[in-house]
Each structure stands twice: as structure tokens, then as C-alpha cells.
Ligand binder design. Structure first.
Ligand SMILES: Cc1cc2nc3c(=O)[nH]c(=O)nc-3n(C[C@H](O)[C@H](O)[C@H](O)COP(=O)(O)O)c2cc1C
Length: 378
């Protein structure tokens, strides 16, 4: 895109009907402001510089790019057409200072996305009804570039509903908890995996809107099993699946609001993850490994001084939840923190902006560890 151009194109594609409308113009800033306000439903205020703005709105694929933001403070709204219930937000924005936030609401006003921009990566939104969605971008003294894309949500693999009252007490699970490094050659089920993921990041309270005290932060649709500073939930769980009943080998991301998986990589990455783990055998032997990742930048805005401490603490809390849950359903795991962080992220194809904090294999214990622990109480 040339910097002196504004280029807006809309395409509506439903039941075979296509409409492509392009407007190009040069140096007519006043006319551009008017056209943008009408075409995009934008409210009043200092606009994002028209000379640097590009919006593309195709059905189920919407993108806003703007370069060279120079200290812009504004709130602008756009309309997009969305035929699905779910959407993936790809953020490639680069802000050098200031803030940019996006809020996306469905036709009923339900919040689908509510997050800060400038943490490059792909984010899965909550549910929304198909129709006209409203995208509101709020800029506060923003400098840099915005590149925001809302694309169709991925196909989901639903997980069985989590069991909410198992038969093993918390005390018993704590007593039994032990790091297991040898696993039987036996598949785990989607139910086992789903239960572990639910304990780590599952929703325990779903809310359509942030509570009033919540303020202007990243909103993920409710509260989760693991505590999180400011309820901003930087942790993202991924699974390297090798032998899980009902799941093709590959890498999957866990979507808490849907209690479902989406496929990130369509082949087993077990060998690469084994290498990244400095060749620790549990990774090679387990039928699945949960990868605890985090988008650290998600909390920096609110906790600039505490970010680097908060995220590992939350990762540890999620890990312990999963550990106790796995123990409670009679399977085995282990928390592994000694590995090549960059190689692990690459091995499982994590999006930009994700750091890996831990690996937790999941499997059936091969060793009769109960017998080894002759002093086990109870
Ligand atoms: C932060 C952290 C990192 C760890 N990293 C590894 C690891 O990379 N590989 C491994 O085999 N065990 C790892 N462990 C597991 C410990 O070795 C284990 O917890 C310890 O030996 C106590 O045994 P227990 O968990 O059975 O009580 C780690 C534990 C923690 C808390």
C-alpha cells in the first residue's frame, strides 16, 4: 500500500452474490474522512490517519492495517460481516508506545474479543451470533503500526464434558502425587486429556460480559480453574498428541470457552519435542504431552513491574492443578521445566508471542510406584 493512498474494499459473498467495491483517492483528506465515517460506521473524533489506513472486509475475513500511527488518541468503530460463531484474531501490530485495544461484539452486543493489540499472535475468540459484528478500536497515544485480522475460527474437536466431582479427595491426590517418568504403551482417551486441560485452564464460571469492576482489560469470557493476575489469563495450553483415542496425531490448542481443541499442526511433533526436552524419555514415551505456554505480553500493560514474576507463578498453579487432577483420575504425569524453550515452541509450532513454561507428559504409569512407596499413608 502506498502511504498517500487510502484503499477500502468491501466484498459481500453470500449465496453466490458478490459485490466488490473499491474506492481509491489521493490527497482528499476531508472527503476521505467523510467516506470512512459513512462506509465504516465510524464515530467522531480524530481519525486514524486516512493516508495510512487500509480496511478489507470480506465475509469472514476482515482486516485493518494502518501504518505510522503518530501519537493517535481515538476510538473508531467498524462493521464486519461474520457468518460463523467463532473467529480467530491474528494480531501483527507493532506499537512503539501508547496503547491500542480492540473490542468485537456480535449483533446482540455480546463481547467476542476484548484485548490489547501489539502482542503478535493468534487468539481464539469467544462465541458470537452470525451477522454484523462491530469492531471498536481504541487508541491511546498510539505510535507504530496496527495490523489486525479477524479470520474464520478453526474447526473444533469437542472434548467430553469434564467430570466435576471425582471420587478422589484433594488430600488423597496430594498424598499420591509423585512425578512418574515411565509410561505404559497404552493410549489415553479424549476424556482423560480433556479432564487434565480443564483442571489447567477450564472455565469454571462463564459470563457474557466482564463484571463492572473489571475495567478495560483483555476479557476471555469468564473465570478459570487456575487463578490469574487481574483475570487476564496469559496461559495457553497446547497438546502434542501421539496416542490419544479419537485424536489424530499432531499438535492441538485448548480453547477454554469451548472446552475443545483446534488443530495447530497436522503431524506428530513428538520427536522434535523430545529433542527440545534435551532427550528426556518421558516425552518420547508418553501418549500425549501438555505444553504450558503463555502470552507474557498480555499482562504487561496492567502489571508492567510484576509481569515477569506473575506469569511463571500462574504457570506453576496451572501445572499443579493438572498434576492433582491427573493423579485423581489414576493416570500419571510429571512437571518438566528443564528444556530448550525456543526449540520447544518451534517443535510444536506455537504462534509468535508464546513462550513455553513447562511440559507435562500424560500416560498410564508403567512402574508400580505405589509398591515402591511402602510408607504411603492411608
Ligand atoms: C520447576 C521444576 C522443574 C522440573 N523439571 C524437571 C525436568 O526437567 N525433568 C524431570 O524429570 N523432572 C523435573 N522436575 C520434577 C522434580 O524432579 C520432582 O518434582 C522432584 O524430584 C520431586 O519428586 P516428586 O515430584 O515425585 O515429589 C521439575 C520440578 C519442578 C518443580
Amino acid at each position: 500500500m502506498k502511504s498517500t493512498f487510502a484503499h477500502i474494499s468491501f466484498r459481500i459473498d453470500r449465496q453466490g452474490m458478490r459485490l466488490l467495491r473499491s474506492i481509491r483517492y489521493r490527497s482528499l483528506v476531508a472527503a476521505a474522512s467523510f467516506l470512512l465515517a459513512v462506509a465504516c460506521g465510524r464515530g467522531p473524533g480524530t481519525p486514524i490517519p486516512e493516508s495510512d489506513l487500509e480496511i478489507t472486509d470480506r465475509v469472514e475475513d476482515w482486516r485493518l492495517t494502518t501504518i505510522s500511527l503518530r501519537n493517535v488518541t481515538d476510538t473508531v468503530t467498524y462493521q464486519m460481516t461474520q457468518g460463523h460463531e467463532t473467529v480467530l484474531l491474528a494480531d501483527s501490530s507493532r506499537l512503539t508506545s501508547g496503547r491500542a485495544k480492540v473490542r468485537v461484539t456480535d449483533p446482540g452486543g455480546r463481547t467476542v474479543f476484548y484485548q490489547g493489540l501489539g502482542s503478535p499472535g493468534s487468539y481464539f475468540g469467544g462465541n458470537g451470533a452470525p451477522g454484523t459484528w462491530t469492531v471498536t478500536v481504541t487508541l491511546t497515544k498510539a505510535k507504530g503500526n496496527l495490523d489486525l485480522r479477524l479470520a474464520p475460527g478453526p474447526e473444533l474437536v469437542p472434548l467430553p464434558a469434564p467430570v466435576l466431582d471425582g471420587s478422589v479427595s484433594v488430600e488423597r491426590a496430594l498424598t499420591l502425587r509423585r512425578s512418574i517418568r515411565h509410561y505404559a504403551e497404552q493410549a489415553v482417551t479424549l476424556g482423560h486429556l480433556g479432564q487434565m486441560l480443564w483442571a489447567g485452564q477450564g472455565m469454571t464460571e462463564v459470563m457474557d460480559e466482564p463484571p463492572s469492576w473489571f475495567g478495560d482489560h483483555w476479557w476471555t469470557g469468564g473465570f478459570r480453574a487456575t487463578p490469574s493476575p487481574g483475570a487476564l489469563y496469559p496461559i495457553e495450553l497446547y497438546v502434542s498428541a501421539v496416542d490419544v483415542e479419537g485424536l489424530e496425531p499432531g499438535v492441538y490448542g485448548y480453547i477454554p470457552v469451548k472446552h475443545a481443541l483446534w488443530r495447530v499442526v497436522e503431524e506428530s511433533r513428538q520427536e522434535a519435542l523430545f529433542e527440545a526436552s534435551l532427550r528426556q524419555n518421558p516425552i518420547r514415551d508418553a501418549p500425549a504431552t501438555v505444553v504450558i505456554a503463555a502470552v507474557v505480553e498480555r499482562i504487561r500493560d496492567k502489571y508492567p513491574n510484576w509481569t515477569d514474576r506473575f506469569v511463571p507463578v500462574e504457570a506453576g498453579a496451572a501445572a499443579e492443578n493438572m498434576f492433582l487432577q491427573v493423579q485423581g483420575i489414576g493416570l500419571a504425569t510429571l512437571y518438566m521445566g528443564g528444556f530448550d524453550f525456543g526449540a520447544a515452541a518451534e517443535a510444536v509450532g506455537l504462534p509468535d508471542g508464546h513462550d513455553v513454561f513447562g511440559l507435562m507428559p500424560l500416560g498410564w504409569p508403567a512402574e508400580d510406584w505405589r509398591e515402591q512407596r511402602a510408607n504411603l499413608p492411608g
